[in-house]
Design a protein around this ligand. Structure first.
Ligand code: GLN
Length: 499
């Protein structure tokens, strides 16, 4: 067993992105030495965690060297020399992008996703691609064609999903920053289960160009970090309109870092208490209640709030998301990208499609394509898809009503602690139900962050979820940061990792 913080005191790999950028900008560290330190730690720890699908050592060192050669430009780079990991469903020019699916084996995009291009322009170093549930469909990272990722706090447990590789990498200090994507909780939930910070932005806040689409009306890219301040820093870089994504918003981008005042006096907090009555792990609920009390002690007001349609969120989400997925995934046909099934000489075009999709997609992805095709088919469309869209509007209105007299809403991110690898793989419904507290933010399009709020008795991390008004990431981050400062959970380190 190797301690994450060794005898040599606080390591480079334990510092925040802001500190690393400061050290590089001041010339105390070179981007190259930072990159090498993280690559060494990845080489040591990743074989145990399986957080990365690709470690881009050569490309990262080249990028770092280019930053070191151009020192006069550093002052303008908000992430100068800071390594970042990118979920493998975001396109990276020259680096494999597979969404952890066999069907994209060998696909190397000729372009960067807009978020990746923005990171490069900010001086960040793309150090690799991270493991996820195939096409971001799942809550445990077990649906990856490349094997599951392990939770750094308990190696026999799941890191959450679908951005489990990104969350585990940040928690284990393999990178200070990572990008994930959300359709129904895939940034917030793994952040909670790995004891780090994960933000889902308002729909449209961040460009989706170059994100492999799952549910286009739900998808957003979001940051995973160890401290709220780094999430704010990233949001300033990622946010803003993009001509390549017609759904990206033109809303001005505030200074999210400046919003972190540490002050929550007068903040109006709502707690959907009735939702928490059943099915929540009592230790998870206890930690969240302590967090709510801590914010009340610092001057926030707390009231109960009703979300009358919240109990429909899971069925609505699994109708809308699968319908959109069945359409989005039609493009993987063995012709245009990645994998094509080996064929015998009699195979015609239909057989080629058939075999490629049958052997290229994993079981969960095929289950969703079938569900989605069913709910969109003639005769069922009105009863399922249309009805789901109508209820989605009711869910959104619940939030609009609630936020008319609230600033944020607090609840657990996940109803349970991280479960054991393999425990739920044969029970998809049980897996879907674990998304109960996250999917409605995606249906309503509102922002939410998960911040660490302590541990269960068996030392597994618990996440506090803070939801906010559309385009009010600033308040969500301010409350998260104030809570983080008051508690110091961000300093906790996974106790041991097999070397
Ligand atoms: N767990 C949810 C699902 O399986 C959410 C996934 C996501 O947000 N990408 O669909």
């Amino acid at each position: 067993m190797t301690e994450v913080n060794g005898q040599d005191g606080p390591r480079l790999t334990s510092q925040t992105a802001q500190d690393i950028c400061g050290a590089v900008t001041r010339g105390e560290e070179s981007a190259t030495s930072v990159c090498q330190a993280f690559l060494e730690r990845i080489a040591k720890v990743n074989p145990t965690l399986n957080a990365f699908t690709t470690v881009a050592a050569d490309a990262a060192l080249e990028q770092a060297a280019a930053i070191d050669r151009n020192r006069s430009a550093l002052a303008d780079l908000p992430l100068a020399g800071v390594p970042i990991a990118i979920k493998d469903n975001l396109c990276t020019r020259g680096l494999p992008t597979t969404a952890s699916s066999r069907i994209l084996a060998g696909f190397v995009p000729p372009y960067d996703a807009t978020v990746v291009a923005r990171l490069r322009a900010a001086g960040a170093v793309i150090i690799g691609k991270t493991n996820c549930d195939e096409f971001a469909m799942g809550s445990s990272t077990e649906n990856s064609a490349l094997g599951p990722t392990r939770n750094p706090w308990a190696l026999d447990r799941i890191p959450g999903g679908s951005s489990g590789g990104s969350a585990a990498a940040v928690a284990a200090r393999l990178v200070p920053l990572a990008l994930g994507s959300e359709t129904g909780g895939s940034v917030r939930q793994p952040a909670a289960l790995c004891g780090i910070v994960g933000l889902k932005p308002t729909y449209g806040r961040v460009s989706r160009y170059g994100l492999l689409a799952f549910g286009s009306s739900l998808d957003q890219v979001g940051p995973l970090t160890r401290v709220v301040r780094d999430a704010a820093l990233l949001m300033r870089i990622l946010s803003g309109s993009d001509p390549m994504d017609a759904t990206s918003a033109t809303e001005p981008v505030p200074d999210y870092v400046a919003a972190l005042t540490g002050d929550v006096r007068g903040v109006r907090i709502g707690v959907p208490r009735r939702l928490l009555d059943a099915g929540v792990d009592p230790e998870v609920l206890a930690r969240v209640d302590e967090a709510i009390a801590a914010l009340r002690d610092r001057g926030a007001s707390v009231t109960d709030v009703e979300l009358p349609h919240a109990r429909y969120a899971i069925p609505v989400y699994y109708l809308v998301a699968t319908a959109e997925a069945s359409s989005n995934l039609a493009r993987y046909d063995g012709v245009r990208y990645g994998y094509r099934a080996p064929l015998d000489e009699h195979a015609d075009l239909a057989a080629m499609y058939d075999r490629t999709r049958d052997t290229g997609f994993g079981a969960e992805v095929k289950r969703r394509i079938m569900l989605g095709t069913y709910v969109l088919s003639a005769g069922y469309y009105e009863a399922y898809y249309l009805k789901a869209q109508q209820v989605r509007t009711l869910i959104r209105r619940d939030y609009e009503r609630a936020f008319a007299h609230l600033d944020v809403m607090l609840l657990p991110t996940s109803p349970t602690r991280p479960f054991r690898l393999g425990e739920r793989v044969n029970d998809p419904l049980q897996m879907y139900l674990a998304d109960v507290f996250t999917v409605s933010a995606n249906l309503a399009g509102i922002p939410g962050v998960s911040v660490p709020c302590g541990f269960t008795r068996d030392r597994l991390p618990v996440g506090l979820q803070i939801l906010g008004r559309p385009f009010d990431e600033a308040t969500v981050l301010r409350v998260g940061d104030a809570y983080e400062r008051a508690t110091g959970w961000a300093q906790e380190v996974p106790p041991a990792l097999v070397s």
